[in-house]
Write a protein that binds this ligand. Structure first.
Ligand code: GRG
Length: 309
């Protein structure tokens, strides 16, 4: 669980919106919903492994983005909560699989031993599979006060973001790029718009779909999300160099060790920070027409560049 200290509003944030309080409240709602989303039943071992990673903390940024986007577009937290939980299930399964020896091979995640270190590789793979499939069941079976057509649109959007056209494709190019000294900016952008950006975009767009947003709103939300998605990954690459293992909750310095293609490697640290800020400014610009309703998403955009883990 993210400590309240970690949620202090970034410098320069609008005095009218208290991001720390907002994030703390939304995070508590998400934690409660996730906890009740997945009861333990027979065979207990797989449910325990799924719950171990799902309830291991984390910023809960993806579900919070989905809830905020639904509210901006005129919907409610209740309409979006099953999708918000499903997005965190998908994100968690991608972390479990990413940490496996065959992928990034990490022993720590969210300050705890990785899933395979606790349950073994076989169960960790299945825990990921279980979370991925349950995410879609959870949206289909639990969404209320939203038309079936919108729920179907959300399921299609999420499936596209997760498959070979999204996370899976991004991960493949990331794996292929390891150890190659001359990665082009185009390739790096492909990796991160797919591996990280696609799911963040799905969070924002799905929230707006559930609320019945018009096409122009959906396009604005989509551009906002693409910008924060890339900025999020640039900051992730920067933190891998500048933050400690304690701050990150996972092994620090892994990118250099694995000779990974990263933005700081391409541009240097300072230029990477400037580019992340430019993307955040562009993201906030997309929401200017929404007035105060956009305050949560604007403040979350600022949080992305000021976060420390
Ligand atoms: C999705 C079917 C399927 C398979 C998985 C392994 C894989 C394919 C993709 C890797 C995706 C991945 C791990 C991307 C990195 C995204 C990222 C920056 C994660 C860190 O997100 P935070 O900082 O983490 O929001 P917390 O712990 O706060 O939730």
């Amino acid at each position: 669980m993210l400590a309240t200290d970690d949620l202090h509003a970034p410098k320069g944030e609008s005095a009218t919106f208290d991001l720390s309080t907002y994030l703390t409240q939304q995070q508590a709602l998400v934690e409660a919903a996730l906890d009740s989303s997945l009861p333990v039943t027979y065979p207990e071992k797989i449910y325990e492994a799924m719950r171990y990673s799902l309830l291991a903390g984390g910023k809960r940024l993806r579900p919070i983005l989905c809830l905020a986007s639904c509210e901006l577009a005129g919907g409610t937290v209740e309409m979006a909560m099953p999708t918000a939980c499903a997005l965190e299930m998908v994100h968690t399964m991608s972390l479990i699989h990413d940490d496996l020896p065959a992928m990034d091979n990490d022993d720590y995640r969210r300050g705890k031993l990785t899933n395979h270190k606790v349950y073994g590789e076989d169960i960790a793979i299945l825990a990921g599979d279980g979370l991925l499939t349950y995410a879609f069941e959870f949206i289909a079976s639990n969404t209320q006060n939203v038309s079936a057509a919108r729920v179907l649109q959300v399921i299609a959007q999420l499936a596209k973001a997760v498959g070979a056209a999204g996370l899976v494709g991004g991960q493949v190019v990331d794996l292929e790029s390891e150890g190659k000294p001359d990665i082009q900016e185009e390739t790096l952008n492909f990796i991160h718009t797919h591996k990280t950006g696609a799911l963040l975009e799905a969070c924002v767009v799905c929230g707006a779909i559930l609320a019945g947003a018009e096409s122009e709103t959906l396009q604005r939300m989509s551009r906002y999300a693409q910008n924060i998605g890339l900025a999020f990954q640039i900051v992730d690459d920067i933190l891998d160099i500048t933050a400690t293992q304690e701050e990150l909750g996972k092994t620090a310095g892994k990118d250099i060790q694995a000779q990974k293609a990263t933005y700081p490697r391409l541009w240097g640290l300072e230029e990477s920070k400037v580019k992340a800020q430019q993307l955040i400014d562009a993201a906030k610009g997309e929401l200017a027409t929404f007035g105060e309703k956009a305050n949560p998403l604007i403040a979350i955009a600022d949080f992305i560049t000021t976060r420390t883990h």
